[in-house]
Write a protein that binds this ligand. Structure first.
Ligand SMILES: NC(=O)c1ccc[n+]([C@@H]2O[C@H](COP(=O)([O-])OP(=O)(O)OC[C@H]3O[C@@H](n4cnc5c(N)ncnc54)[C@H](OP(=O)(O)O)[C@@H]3O)[C@@H](O)[C@H]2O)c1
Length: 353
């Protein structure tokens, strides 16, 4: 079967990565691309690497243009998609890569974003462990099967949630004292011109931002860890650092080991969680990932160590913010929602060196 697809925000970074992946998907046909300031211009002016889509012209981002497609992917600034998604009458599956439908609690939305809260959609991180109403652990992919509205994750949020959910669900780490420090590439901040993202500001420098509990992905991580069965309210100190690589996230997260837990039990929690996952891979003991090994891939690589002296578990995770962090997660989740094999159109292999 072929599904007709529209991508809103197709001139941006997330939209470009969606299109790169969708162009190789055997069951999706890209019919419509939309932009904002670039509407009316050829797509390849904004996305010169997408030569196979040179036929496409960016249209205005309106409900009328988007309605009637089987699938619409939104890659708009937060706030912009929420205004549009409620006005779609005839779209089988909508996937929002922005934040507008990620947070279930309106108070979280008000505290970290502000403006209208548009309600939570099914969260698009299939591998996440979620504890059901019956107290039994399942996977987020169970909720995605048959979904018609999906919220793709924040790239930093999904990296940290995938890092820690196995330990939380197994009860081998504490949720109340988590520290995450992330090296992140500037493509995570989008294509719009900003002074602090200029090459002159970034090259040869590592620049922390949103320090001190202000980053917008914090409530999303707490929500995911709560859903993974955290016994205590998750508390996370979260510090991202911009580094001079265009794509990629390397997240180092540490958490206290639960009393009485052995190093073997810690490792077993992550092994059991990801043994059968096609896109989330636990590295052998003593090995830790590099962002370079995930670029362009829908893959998250994870290394786990026990720091006995500090009484903490250290989890290092790498992924490509535009691939597994956004567009890959969106397409993987759409595959599940439509009953297509989950890995369709997605690669586990990165681009190296
Ligand atoms: N970049 C990442 O790694 C990443 C990861 C996870 C999630 N996301 C989310 O994906 C969304 C897009 O991010 P991005 O990095 O791709 O940003 P971006 O590069 O700045 O692209 C934004 C897109 O939205 C369009 N746009 C701008 N203002 C608009 C408005 N008022 N109404 C409608 N369209 C508008 C732009 O069109 P014109 O260029 O034509 O003006 C462009 O196509 C954001 O919500 C972001 O949080 C991004």
């Amino acid at each position: 079967m072929t599904y007709s697809v529209a991508v809103a925000g197709a001139s941006g970074y997330a939209g470009g990565e969606l299109l790169r992946l969708l162009a190789g998907h055997p069951e999706f046909e890209i019919r419509t691309v939309t932009g904002h300031s670039s509407a009316g211009r050829p797509l390849v002016e904004s996305q010169p690497h997408l030569r196979s889509l040179a036929r496409l012209t960016l249209r205005e981002t309106t409900p009328e243009v988007l309605d009637g497609h089987d699938i619409v992917f939104f890659a708009l600034p937060h706030g912009a998609s929420g205004d549009l998604t409620g006005r779609l009458a005839d779209v089988r599956l909508a996937v929002d890569c922005g934040a507008d439908h990620r947070l279930a609690d309106p108070a979280d939305w008000a505290a970290f974003y502000g403006g209208d809260h548009h309600g939570a959609w099914t969260y698009g991180v299939p591998e996440l462990i979620v504890v059901g109403a019956d107290g039994k652990p399942g996977r987020q992919r169970d909720a995605l099967a048959g979904a018609t509205r999906i919220a793709a994750p924040g790239c930093n949020a999904s990296t940290v949630a995938l890092s820690l959910a196995p330990g939380i669900a197994a009860g081998v780490i504490e949720a109340r004292d988590i520290v995450s420090v992330l090296a992140v590439g500037p493509s995570g901040a989008g294509k719009a011109a900003k002074t602090h993202l200029l090459g002159a500001e970034l090259m040869g420098s590592a620049n922390p931002y949103a320090v001190g509990g202000t980053h917008r992905h914090i409530p999303e991580i707490r929500q995911a860890l709560r859903n993974a069965g955290a016994r205590d309210e998750p508390a996370i100190s979260f510090t991202p650092v911009l580094v001079p690589m265009s794509r990629g996230i390397l997240a180092t997260s540490t958490a206290q080991i639960a009393p009485g837990t052995s190093a073997d039990e810690v490792r077993a929690a992550w092994e059991a969680a990801y043994a059968d996952e096609p896109f989330v891979h636990l590295l052998p003991e003593g090995q830790f990932p590099r962002t370079a090994d995930t670029l362009g891939a829908n893959t998250c690589l994870i290394g786990v160590a026990v720091d006995e002296a500090a009484g903490r578990v250290v989890v290092v995770a790498a992924l490509d913010n535009l691939a597994k962090g956004t567009a890959g997660a969106a397409i993987q989740s759409a595959n599940i929602a439509l009953g297509i094999p989950e890995t369709t159109g997605l690669s586990t292999n990165g681009v190296a060196p």
